[in-house]
Design a protein around this ligand. Structure first.
Ligand SMILES: Cc1ncc(C[n+]2csc(CCOP(=O)(O)OP(=O)(O)O)c2C)c(N)n1
Ligand code: SF4
Ligand SMILES: [Mg+2]
Length: 442
């Protein structure tokens, strides 16, 4: 026996300090136990597996299992798991969620996953209600089922998830019962060993909000497919069936559909499996290694990062002042020690400080650079720049109404120029702003 002893992966390896908060007798306990027992049986250590949980009583398992887990938004666990599988297709990935999340809000994702054959195993706690939100009906609730959301009974036809999975192209479709933990454990193990997408829909009594589909109700109706076949399941210690033999038994989709559609008995077990390449195996990019194993040290992502730099939060706002007196504009020649535009002739200005408005920045710059108080000013032009550094937005303001004598506090030199001397400005954009201002004045 057992690899379990050698690697010492035991049920305790998955023990979380938090004991489940589920209602006493909830079917989630049985599924929880079956999952952990399957992982012990497969000798998968907690750090070697990813759980992706949906929202619900089912998804609360995230706190009750000691392993890496990602708790997604309601209905979105499957695409999250698919993303993880694309990043590392060698990683065993288990999705744990409820019928509301995975067959309701996440229905589109569910069908897409069946078609795509990503290498993930999806375990659905199918209790026919929204458990966590206290008992509204879910898409699998039977027509006529009464709950607080539908006191007169459900009008819609229920979703049949296993039939839907079959016709949507799923390559492994099974159904278990939370009241038969050993059988469910076998299905989980088979599902995880399957190459590609595997669905294990689990009848899960919600003892608090579903008084119809109880343990007793299910026990009266469920029947094991393996018993009908008169064969032992592959993972049974005494089983002699080979993988090929088992596959042969379960590749008849029509037969599987017939069983999926049956209301009495309710078949549990492996309905269908087919041997096809997973999504990840069909991507030539992942042939040699997983995405996470790829060497990206020689990949230059500078261009890509430049695109994202345009996010407004990272843009620097700058103000620039066109000060006018008697038809002449004040231009500064920048000191050579300045880090930007050193030695150039431009209109004075500076960066807008965090929390400062453009107007406040303009007044501060005028005080700091020239010791004057601006009385009135107006916007002339705004331009965006990507000068190889962080994106910048420059606002040119013009003012011909100010108090105080102009001092030179920062520039190498200050020069007054008229409209015939705009060539003194070092940049086209400065000349453009000056011309705009003269036009505005006309
Ligand atoms: C996007 C979004 N919609 C709705 C909810 C509210 N909500 C939380 S759990 C839940 C129902 C869960 O039912 P199910 O998925 O069947 O899981 P169960 O609790 O039955 O295990 C709902 C509607 C939510 N959290 N997020
Ligand atoms: S409400 Fe239902 S599904 Fe949720 S913990 Fe209680 S019994 Fe389980
Ligand atoms: Mg539910």
């Amino acid at each position: 026996m057992t690899n379990a002893m050698e690697k010492q992966i035991t049920i305790d390896s998955y023990k979380s300090p938090i004991f489940p908060t589920w209602c006493a007798g909830c079917g989630d306990f049985g599924i929880w136990a079956s999952i952990k027992n399957s992982l012990v049986e497969q000798q998968i250590a907690p750090h070697e597996i990813l759980f992706v949980y949906d929202i619900g009583c089912s998804g609360n398992m995230t706190s009750f299992v000691n392993a890496y887990g990602f708790h997604g938004l309601h209905g979105r666990a499957i695409p999250l798991a698919e993303g993880a599988a694309m990043a590392n297709h060698k990683l065993p990935i288990l999705v744990v969620g409820g019928d509301g999340g995975l067959y309701g809000e996440g229905m589109g994702h569910f069908i897409a996953a069946c078609r795509a054959n990503h290498n993930i195993t999806v375990i659905v706690h199918n209790n026919m209600v929204y458990g966590l939100t206290t008992g509204q009906v879910s898409p699998t609730a039977a027509k006529g089922f009464k709950a607080k959301s539908t006191p007169e009974g459900v009008i819609d036809q229920p979703v049949n998830p296993i039939a839907l999975a079959l016709i949507s192209g799923a390559t492994f479709v099974a159904r278990g019962f939370a009241g038969d933990q050993k059988h469910l454990q076998e299905l989980i193990t088979q599902g995880m060993k399957h190459n590609g997408f595997s669905l294990i829909d689990v009848f899960q009594p919600c003892v608090t909000f579903n008084k119809v589909n109880t343990y007793a109700w299910f026990r009266e109706r469920v029947k094991k497919i393996e018993d009908e076949r008169g064969q032992k399941s592959q993972t049974n210690a005494e089983g002699t069936q080979t993988h090929a033999e088992r596959l042969h038994e379960v590749t008849n989709k029509e037969e599987a559909l017939k069983k999926a559609m049956s209301g009495d008995p309710l078949w549990i077990g492996l309905l269908y499996e087919s041997d096809e390449s997973s999504y990840e195996q069909q991507l030539p990019q992942l042939e040699k290694e997983t995405l996470v194993e790829k060497d990206i040290s020689k990949i230059n992502i500078t261009e890509l990062v430049r695109e994202f730099r345009y996010f407004p939060m990272s843009r620097q706002e700058i103000v620039s002042l066109i000060l006018e007196k008697d038809g002449k504009l004040l231009v500064e020649k920048r000191k050579s020690s300045k880090p930007t535009s050193s030695g150039k002739c431009i209109f004075p200005g500076g960066k807008v400080e965090p929390g400062e408005s453009l107007e406040e920045a303009m007044r501060r710059e005028a005080r700091e650079e020239f010791g004057i108080q601006l009385k009135q000013f107006e916007l002339v032009m705004t331009k965006d720049f990507d000068g190889g550094g962080a994106p910048e937005r420059v606002h040119w303001f013009a003012c011909n109404d100010f108090d105080g004598e102009i001092q030179n506090n920062e520039a190498e030199e200050l020069v007054w120029i008229d409209d015939a001397q705009l060539n003194m400005l070092s940049f086209d954009v400065s000349r453009e702003a000056a011309r705009k201002y003269f036009q505005m004045k006309k």
